[in-house]
Design a binder for this molecule. Sequence first.
Ligand SMILES: [Zn+2]
Length: 434
Amino acid sequence: MNRTIALLCLAAAGATPAPAGEPAFDVTAYDVRIAPDFATQTVAGQTVIHFKSAAHGLKALSFSANALDVTASLSGEDMVGAEVQGDRRVFHLPRAMRKGETGRLTVSFKGKAPKGLVWTADTVYANYFTCDYMICDQDRPGDKAKIDVRITLPPGMEVIAPGRRIATSMTRGAQTTHWRSRRTLSGYLFGFAAGRFRRMDITDARIKLPVLAATSDSATVAQMFADTPRMLAFFEDRAGVRLPERAYTQVLVAGGEAQEAANHAIIGLDNIAPILENPHEDWVIAHELAHQWWGNAVTCADWSELWLNEGLTVFMVAAWKEQRWGRADYDRELELANKRWDAAKQQGFDVPLSWQGKYPSLRLKRAMAYAKAVVFLDLLRKELGEDAFWRGIKIYTRTHWDKTVRAQDLQHAFERSSKRDLASLFQTWVYGRM
Ligand SMILES: [Zn+2]
C-alpha cells in the first residue's frame, strides 16, 4: 500500500497561504450553473456569489485565480472588471460598498480547468482544486457558504454534487439536476462527479451509502466497501453527531485519488484495492468518511490549522482500526505517525502544530498536520484518560458543528471534559513556547 499517495487526500497542505490581509467580505451563498462538455473537456457556466461587505469602502472582491474566461456584473447592473493578479482573481467593483452592504456578483465562465477536473470519455469528477472550475476561494476555508448547483449533462448520467438533489429537468435533450446544500461549506468541498458510473448500494446503514463505480465488477465493489456502514456507526458514536445527510456517496475511480467532498468522496482504486488481499487495509474509506465530521463539518478556520482537519481524521482512522481490528492496528498507525514526524525532525524541521509560517515543502507540512498531530492526540488520550478524552471529542464536534475552529476550541473542549488546565501542554505542542 502506498501511504504517500494516501496523504494526497487533502492537497490543501500545499496550497498557497491565504493572502496577507483577509479579503474584506463574506460570501453567504453560491448559486452555480455548470455544463461539463465531454467532447472538449471544458466547462461553461455561471456563478452568482451572494456576499456581504465587511469593510467600509470595499472596492474589490478576490478569489482563487483560475484559467477560465470570465465576465462579471454586480447585482445584475454594472459590469465589473476582472483580472488575475498572481494567484488571485480580482473583481473591481464599479463603486465602493459600505460595511454590511450586501451584493450579488454574477460571473459567467468557460474554459478548461487543468487542476480542478479529471476527465475520461464519459466521466468527470472534481478533485481538491474546486475553485479551478468555478469561482470560489480555495484559501479561505473559514468563509463557509451555502451552495446551489445545477449541472447540465447528457441524459441518463449519474451525478453527485453538494447537498441534496431537489429537482431534475430536461431541456433540449439535456438533463439538469439541481442540488442544494443548506449547510454551509468551505470552497474546497464544492466537488461533484458525473458520468456513466455503475450505481450500487451498500446496505444496512442508517443513511444510504451508494457507490458510483467507474471501475471493478459489482462483487468486487461490494467486497471493498462492505465495512462502510460499521465505520459510519463508529464515527457517529465517537462524534456524538449523526450525519444529517440522507446519503453519503463514494465514487470509485481509477488511480490514486483520496479526496473528501461535501457529501461524497472520490476513492482511487489503487488506494482501496489492497483491501481485497488484506481487510485491515481500509484506511481510505475510513479517512474520507471521517472527514464528514472533522474537516467538512468542523472546519479549520485557516490552513495554519490544517491539523484540526487532518490530524483528527488520521487519529480517528487509528481509533476505528483499534475498534475493528484490535490494539495492534492502532499501535501500528501511531508508529507510522511517529516515523513520519521523526523523518521531519531528522531534516531539522519541527514546528508547533498551529504554526503560521511558510512550510519549506508539502511533505514537511504533512509531517506536522497528519503525523505529529496524531502523536499529540494520542498523548492527550493517555493524559486525560478514555472517558474525558472521548467526551472532549464529542464536546468539540457538537459545539462547532458546521462552524470553523481554531486550536483553542479543541483545547477548551478537552479542558471542559477533563476539568484540567491544558494551557502548558497546548503551548508546547500547538502554539509554541512564548
Ligand atoms: Zn484527509
